[in-house]
Design a protein around this ligand. Structure first.
Ligand SMILES: NC(=O)c1ccc[n+]([C@@H]2O[C@H](COP(=O)([O-])OP(=O)(O)OC[C@H]3O[C@@H](n4cnc5c(N)ncnc54)[C@H](OP(=O)(O)O)[C@@H]3O)[C@@H](O)[C@H]2O)c1
Length: 410
């Protein structure tokens, strides 16, 4: 079963003793540590099979010890000795390398948090899905780079895909209110980021430290800059398209600066079902961890009287050209979102490195899409390797275009 049919059903992901066996891929990151926090509060409800990181060995070893995990993996082999040392005497098995991360995903956990960042998360997440277990999906790249491939594999192997991203988790919850054929619109909310009220000219000259100041959420730098450009909403539209098998024309973005309503589903009778909550990732993660039940959550409870008012604005496609590029890739389909995602990663890294102005991010993504389309390189990937090949090709195109776009962007 997949998220495309989110009717509640008894979860197969819990043993008869009521203990859930879990693995956390990307345990040292922002989503990973929020997951670890919830697991620590679980009072013996969870048995932790494996935890992974890239190279943050000391933090990973501490997490593995705290959670009494069986297996801890760093993807970077140069961090292995440090991990082994930090785990000495614990009885926890240590390993390193990409294959070991995949092995962690394949070990017998029945709930896997996929919170590795970037396209390197594709293979381990797919490995977990192929075991037919519950995958709590935070890694956006699985759906943005290879959404068709990933969702087909999840369906074929009987995996349950639960969305961790707060907007998709909200929509998943709202979709339980009516039959899928009666859904007329799915609305993803957006805070509008730090430049919501800035002019396009002012935004073109925005500095890195200004782009990194998200008004509501505390997240890693890549996703925070994506919020400032609104490419994050584009990635989320593509995610929603694959997760919920919904046509692009039924997907909408609504700017909601308070980030209290995370997503809404409108039904044909005019009813709109929304999910509200404090902007704290432990809410959607707790929902995925307990699904189809609920657990006590540590996030601040919503005090609407204190918040006072919730406001909404239409998104501005002129000031945020990312949104127009998002519509374009949704309409083109195939590997166009893969190209957009790869070009955006190159552009954001260049912006962080001071090699391109803020306005150049969308310019570079647009130019890379043009170049990929001229090469007829946006056909639907048939497997993960094809998706990764498009990703690689688009990164190379973006790097070639970077000097020209950068020169015009300051
Ligand atoms: N942060 C949010 O609130 C949020 C919300 C919705 C969706 N997401 C999505 O969730 C994913 C994770 O986001 P995040 O903000 O938690 O990222 P993050 O803080 O950067 O953490 C990334 C995790 O992945 C590991 N990692 C990085 N490169 C790796 C590699 N090459 N091989 C194996 N592991 C690697 C990191 O290990 P090290 O610590 O060793 O580097 C860390 O554990 C992203 O796809 C993001 O778009 C995040």
């Amino acid at each position: 079963m997949q998220v495309t049919n989110p009717e509640l059903r008894p979860s197969g992901a819990r043993s008869s003793s009521g203990i859930r066996t879990v693995t956390v891929l990307g345990a040292t990151g922002s989503v990973g540590t929020s997951t670890v926090d919830l697991l620590k509060r679980g009072n013996g409800q969870y048995r932790v099979e494996a935890v992974t990181a890239h190279k943050n060995a000391v933090q990973l070893a501490q997490i593995a010890r705290d959670l009494k995990a069986c297996f801890a993996v760093v993807a970077d082999p140069s961090a292995y000795a440090e991990l082994k040392d930090a785990l000495s005497g614990s009885g926890i098995e240590a390993a390193s390398g990409e294959a070991a991360v995949i092995e962690a995903a394949e070990r017998p956990a029945n709930w896997v948090m996929a919170a590795v960042s970037g396209s390197v998360g594709l293979k381990p997440t797919l490995a977990a899905a192929k075991r037919g277990v519950t995958v709590a999906l935070a890694n956006k790249e699985c759906l943005v780079c290879a959404g068709g491939v990933f969702m087909r594999a999840a369906a074929a192997y009987g995996a349950t895909v639960l969305p961790v991203d707060s907007e998709h988790n909200a929509i998943f919850q709202a979709l339980t209110a009516g039959p899928r054929e009666d859904v007329s619109r799915i609305v993803i909310t957006a805070s509008g980021g730090p430049f919501r009220t800035w002019s396009r000219e002012a935004m073109r000259g925005a500095k890195l430290e200004q782009a990194l100041k998200h008004p509501n959420w505390s997240m890693g730098p890549k996703i925070t800059i994506d919020s400032a450009t609104m490419f994050n909403k584009v990635l989320e539209l593509v995610e929603a398209h694959h997760l919920f098998a919904v046509e692009p024309e039924k997907l909408a973005v609504l700017v909601h600066p308070q980030s209290i309503i995370h997503g809404m589903v409108e039904y044909r009778d005019g009813s709109v079902i929304a999910q509200l909550g404090s902007p704290d990732m432990r809410i959607p993660i707790a929902h995925c961890l307990a699904w189809p039940r609920r657990i006590d959550g540590p996030a601040a409870k919503l005090d609407l009287a204190k918040i006072g008012s919730l406001t909404f604005e239409a998104p501005d496609m002129e000031r945020f050209p990312a949104l127009a590029l998002g519509r374009r890739v949704l309409e083109t389909g195939g590997a166009a979102p893969t190209v957009l995602n790869a070009a955006n990663e190159v552009a954001v890294a260049a912006f962080i490195g001071g090699r391109i102005g803020f306005g150049g991010i969308a310019d570079l993504v647009g130019a890379t899409l043009d170049a990929a389309e001229r090469r007829n390189a946006t056909a639907e990937p048939q497997d993960i390797d094809e998706a990764l090949a498009v990703d690689h090709m688009a990164r190379s195109l973006a790097h070639d275009l970077l000097p020209e776009i950068a020169a015009k962007s300051f």
